[in-house]
Design a protein around this ligand. Structure first.
Ligand code: SAH
Ligand code: SF4
Ligand code: F3S
Length: 481
């Protein structure tokens, strides 16, 4: 199949970040997915792969993409690059996330040379950016399909169109559409499942591209979420992770008074053994949620609560809408309500204009909270976001020195955080065989990675393990008979 580059952009649906920034008050419609008959067999006898980068939201989307492809007749290929359809699900959150993707596209150029009929698709957050799609058109002619985060449900038609027209299909929507329920899903794991509870983000932290790439906050109907979890329970799933960029805003757009804390209470009654969720925004974390965490047995005692910075001025310029003290008050509340709770976070260093003193405040906060884990990032300017226009960028040396110093502080507490479990019995959802032969591993209630001697037949079950040794990144234990 021969594809030529057409400079006539009219026929494409191109992304528009300005449009994506707008938040229009309109009711979000929920529709049920329905596959038209004519697409049903277009993948028969063909193979596919989906390469996933980015957050859990993307992992969940990739399960839908795989589910759709299998419903069209495609089978999962045994290699990543040599298939009839290869879809790359991308992340735009930092420059290095994007650079990875450009590398993958370079690699696929060769695969396409070997198999010119192969269809390469790119989706996820990167195609929501104009500059990315322009670069794809100019330099990456091997790409056949470009779609975004709002129209995964149209994938059958998009693939069909590219087969029929023997031309590229570029279809990126910049305003969010409907919530589409009942899309097929090929879940990657048999005992842990992702469950989206909402899409989009309205926080507009000044550094962040996500509100542009994922659109306005839209919550799924509570009954759709509850029914999904109930059917997961009947399929034998043990754990669900509720997903949203800011799960604590769940329900706010539905205006019916039902919020995230209510959802936790209702999901606790479904019979699912474990509930986790990510991500929480400190501004929206309310008492009802903390109460639900304290009282619902299935809600695990771990919270990922990104702080980003420990300095009020920086937090203000990031538009985080809380102060260091307010964050610390939340931490105290959480620790009081859920004794022993594990707290993890995200931190950005070298935000434009961050002074040495301001950075010091972040280190102090880290020393005070003693996080159980932290993802640490160097600020990366994202085109179209307010912070990308801020001045006083730090030098490369300063950025790396700050990151190293921060990591040195955060790592100090990991072992300490693990040591508090030595001698205690924890419950582990066994995930997979560990690197060490004869051992298996999985996560405890507090999201501690536990390695212990055990048979792989335990994978997928909940077992009691006594912790014997704490390392920095994991703990070791023994199966309790
Ligand atoms: N919605 C989540 C996380 C989204 S992105 C939340 O608000 O917590 C995950 C993390 O990436 C963020 O918490 C932030 O620490 C980091 N991040 C986002 N944009 C970034 C940027 N431009 N540069 C560096 N880190 C960034
Ligand atoms: Fe980005 Fe902030 Fe939304 Fe998280 S809350 S996705 S950091 S804008
Ligand atoms: Fe990346 Fe998009 Fe998730 S930018 S972090 S894949 S929402």
């Amino acid at each position: 199949m021969k594809k030529k580059l057409d400079k006539n952009l009219e026929k494409y649906f191109m992304p528009d970040l300005k449009k994506a920034r707008k938040r229009i008050e309109k009711e979000i419609e929920t529709v049920r997915y329905n596959l038209e008959n004519k697409y049903e067999n277009i993948g028969n006898g063909k193979t596919y792969s989906v390469l996933t980068y980015g957050c859990q939201g993307n992992e969940a989307d990739s399960e839908i993409i795989s589910g759709i492809l299998e419903s069209l007749g495609y089978e999962k290929g045994t290699t990543t690059d040599e298939n009839d359809v290869v879809i790359i699900n991308t992340c735009a959150v930092r420059e290095n996330a994007e650079n990875k993707i450009w590398g993958v596209l370079g690699r696929l150029k060769q695969a396409k040379r070997n198999n010119p009929d192969m269809i390469i698709g790119i989706c996820g957050c990167m195609p929501q950016e104009e500059n990315v799609v322009n670069t794809l058109l100019e330099k990456y002619h091997q790409i056949d399909i470009v779609f975004g985060t709002h129209n995964i449900n149209n994938l059958p038609r998009i693939i069909y169109d590219t087969y029929m027209s023997k031309d590229k299909v570029i279809e990126v929507l910049s305003t969010e559409g409907k919530i589409v329920e009942n899309m097929p899903k090929k879940r990657a794991n048999k005992h842990r499942a992702w469950v989206n509870i909402m899409y989009g983000c309205d926080e507009f932290c000044t550094y962040c591209i996500v509100p542009y790439t994922r659109g306005k906050e839209r919550s799924r109907d509570k009954d759709d979420v509850i029914n999904e979890v109930k059917s997961l329970v009947s399929e034998g799933y043990v754990e669900v992770t509720l997903l949203g960029q800011n799960v604590n805003a769940y329900g706010k757009d539905l205006d019916n008074g039902y919020t995230f804390g209510d959802l936790l209470v209702d999901l606790d009654k479904t019979g699912i053994k474990r509930i986790r969720y990510t991500t929480s925004h400190p501004r929206d974390l309310d008492d009802k949620t903390i109460q639900a965490m304290a009282t619902c047995k299935s809600v695990m005692p771990h919270i990922h609560l990104p702080v980003q910075s420990g300095n009020d001025e920086v937090l203000k310029r990031m538009n985080r809408k809380y102060t260091k003290d307010e964050y610390l008050v939340l931490i105290e509340k959480l620790k009081k309500a859920i004794p022993g709770i594990a707290i993890t976070t995200d931190i950005i260093v070298a935000f434009p204009g961050e002074t040495q003193e301001q950075f010091q405040d972040t280190l102090e906060l880290v020393d005070e909270v003693k996080f159980d884990g932290a993802f640490t990032f160097i600020y990366s300017p994202r085109e179209g976001t307010p912070a990308s226009k801020y001045e006083n960028l730090l030098t490369e040396e300063e950025k790396h020195a700050r990151l190293n110093e921060l990591v040195e502080h955060t790592n100090r507490f990991y072992k300490e955080g693990n040591e508090r479990f030595v001698g205690k019995v924890v419950e582990v959802l066994v995930d997979e065989e560990a690197k060490e032969p004869g051992m298996v591993c999985g996560y405890s209630e507090h999201f501690k990675l536990v390695n212990f001697v055990g048979d792989k037949s335990l994978i997928g079950s909940l077992v009691k393990v006594r912790i014997t040794e704490a390392k920095t990144w994991f703990v070791k234990g023994e199966l309790v008979e």
